[in-house]
Design a protein around this ligand. Structure first.
Ligand SMILES: [Zn+2]
Ligand SMILES: [Zn+2]
Length: 365
């Protein structure tokens, strides 16, 4: 039973991540949050019909009456409604779980319960979250003594900050790129759709390799990327442990590539979805058979292969930069499969204690 609860918890904790794959960001229509942000606030007594207006009204009343708890709930409901996506809804659920707000949790379930029609993309990511969440709990590679909360909470909050920050910056820029008609990109001259898919995938993946390597080479970039490497209890949620500055900046050169090559929404989506699944997979604490891990690492990034990149040993940490295909590490001489994965010490030698969210945000400065 306890195992089942932990698995269920794991599901709740990680299912929101699909939003990280820029789902909201790559909708060609403006994000609904922008429309709401520009809409005038309803006066008290209006908007009884439910939804954002009703929550705004109740929020105003709660603030007026100085009801702190009610204010908190209304902000929560409003956030869910504004973001308007089931994945972020999961995240707010998670926050309620942590704050032990049982009543708001139940209300949120009822509120969103009927609204979970998933498309194939969400299904794919959510099912990988469930699978790897279950597997890392049933067959852990390292047996961490720390509680589940301790292992995922910081990463989830950082993930939430990154999702929101990206939705409000990259979403706008992507809309501009896809709506302009003056330059359709280099891939516009290629007629085979299959070739376009393959080239888009390789281009984006090659870029991810170059970006990650740069993060380890440039001292200023390392200050931010270090946040990801302070993780001592690596698990699926580590995939979201990034400093917001890195999370946003990593997308800027990518936007340039999308514009230059004319990568379409569908092809970007395909890469981001598969990358999201791959990130959950290779950060998971799942002990997959050594031989399978090793052979698979000649094609894609595997848990042991990436564990080695998270090692405290400098030689191991300055290799295995790939995010999806390991071909980049093989081509650019940074492939290094660990000899004894069990001996890997995760984290950074100078950071002996788990850092709080505030300390992680302050770390680069
Ligand atoms: Zn790294
Ligand atoms: Zn990592």
């Amino acid at each position: 039973m306890r195992q089942a609860i932990r698995v269920a918890e794991s599901f709740c904790a990680h299912s929101w991540i699909y939003s990280l794959s820029h789902f909201v960001a790559i909708q060609s229509e403006p994000h609904p949050a922008f429309a709401y942000a520009n809409a005038p606030l309803p006066a008290c007594g209006e908007g009884v019909g439910g939804g954002v207006e009703a929550y705004l009204m109740q929020l105003r009343t709660a603030i007026k009456l100085k009801q702190r708890k009610a204010t908190f709930f209304q902000v929560g409901y409003l956030t869910v409604d504004l973001i308007s996506s089931q994945e972020e809804c999961y995240l707010v659920l998670q926050i309620y779980i942590h704050l032990k707000q049982r009543r708001s949790l139940i209300r949120l379930f009822f509120y969103r319960g009927a609204n979970l029609n998933m498309d194939w993309q969400s299904l794919l990511v959510v099912s990988s979250v469930i699978s790897f969440g279950i597997l890392e709990n049933l067959f852990p590679f390292f047996s961490f003594k720390e509680s589940f909360d301790k292992r995922v909470y910081t990463n989830l909050v950082l993930g939430l900050i990154n999702v929101l920050a990206n939705n409000f910056t990259i979403a706008l820029l992507l809309n501009c790129i896809w709506q302009q008609t003056s330059w359709f990109g280099i891939f516009h001259f290629i007629h085979s759709p299959i070739l376009k898919i393959v080239l888009s995938f390789l281009l984006l993946d090659g870029y991810m390799y170059a970006w990650h390597r740069l993060m380890h080479t440039l001292p200023i970039a390392w200050r931010f990327h270090k946040v990801h490497h302070t993780e001592m209890l690596m698990n699926t949620s580590t995939a979201y442990r990034f400093h917001p500055v890195e999370a946003i900046l990593a997308n800027l050169p990518k936007l340039f590539l999308i514009w230059l090559f004319g990568i379409t929404l569908e092809n970007l989506l395909l890469y981001e979805i598969l990358l999201a699944c791959e990130l959950i997979f290779h950060h998971s604490n799942w002990a997959i058979p050594l031989k399978i891990d090793r052979y698979l690492s000649y094609l894609i990034v595997t848990p042991n292969y990436h564990r080695s990149h998270h090692s405290q040993a400098r030689k191991e940490a300055t290799a295995n930069y790939a995010s999806f295909f390991t071909i980049w590490d093989i081509l650019f001489n940074s492939y290094n499969y660990p000899r004894n994965p069990k001996a890997i010490k995760l984290g950074l030698p100078q950071e002996k204690k788990e850092l709080s969210i505030i300390n992680l945000l302050k770390l680069p400065f």
